[in-house]
Design a protein. Structure first.
Length: 259
């Protein structure tokens, strides 16, 4: 099960950057994962990789295609034999299918998968789809938050994250570390604000923070993508130690090749 729990997207909403993405990926600590790198089988593709199912939770190509995913939390509706949702992300990045056509294909085939939200596109257009919502949506300029419900559902971590990120977006130039620090927030939401997704109060509480530390499960990496008006990409990643929560960081830079 690939899970990315929390994504914030600023699209055509900043004077310096066409696209800003800041995201935490949450997963069981035991699941084998490779940090962000250019894939040997697709050298144009930059992403982390799930070493058990082969897909990814978020990635970008040097031609500017970008894709990211969260799961939709519904334990009662889980399918034991469903295909990995991470391939929905990687297949888009591995192809040249137009974004709108790809998202329509995802909408058509989405019933086969466990619950998901996916955002795909490039710096010109972004599209959203969930197999728990009707239809697809093209994103207008603005700031969006996505957790384990539908886009912009006001879960406490989504609301809190927007409140922390919005002041950073008021700056002319952003530093990836500032966005990553904002997402390194393990404050739990008050019980009265918690959603009820059928996992019980204790688990809802443990998963309510932006940065999760929940026994054998939690936030394993933070990724920030900045694309400026000249199509220069800064792709930054922190990978966290799951005991001390110290991190190793890396940063990639490239110029989008629109071909």
């Amino acid at each position: 099960m690939i899970v990315m729990c929390l994504i914030f997207i600023s699209f055509k909403n900043h004077p310096t950057y066409k696209l800003i993405v800041a995201a935490n990926r949450d997963e069981f600590y035991a699941r084998k994962t490779a940090p962000a790198a250019y894939w040997k089988d697709f050298p144009n593709l930059l992403a982390g990789r799930d070493l058990e199912a082969g897909g990814t939770w978020m990635g970008m190509t040097q031609t500017g295609r970008i894709s990211m995913l969260t799961n939709y939390r519904d334990l009662k509706g889980l399918k034991s034999n469903a295909p990995s949702r991470g391939h929905l992300v990687s297949r888009y990045l591995e192809t040249e299918i137009r974004p709108e056509q790809y998202i329509r294909n995802v909408e058509k085939d989405g019933v086969a998968f466990n619950g998901f939200n996916i955002v795909i596109g490039d710096t010109r257009e972004l599209w959203y789809c969930s197999n728990y919502a009707n239809g697809i949506r093209q994103l207008e300029p603005g700031l969006y938050g996505l957790s384990n419900h539908l886009l912009d559902s006001p879960w406490p971590k989504v609301v809190r994250g927007k409140q922390r990120i919005a002041p950073l977006l008021a700056r002319g130039e952003l530093k990836p570390d500032d966005l990553m620090d904002a997402l390194f927030d393990d404050a739990l939401a008050p019980d009265e604000q918690l959603p009820d997704t059928g996992i019980g109060l204790e688990r809802e509480r443990a998963l309510s923070s932006m940065f999760i530390k929940a026994g054998n499960y939690g936030s394993r990496c933070t990724t920030v993508v900045l694309v400026d008006q000249s199509d220069h990409v800064t792709f930054s990643e922190r990978v966290y130690d799951t005991v001390t929560f110290r991190y190793q960081s890396q940063e990639f830079h490239f110029q989008i090749n629109s071909q």
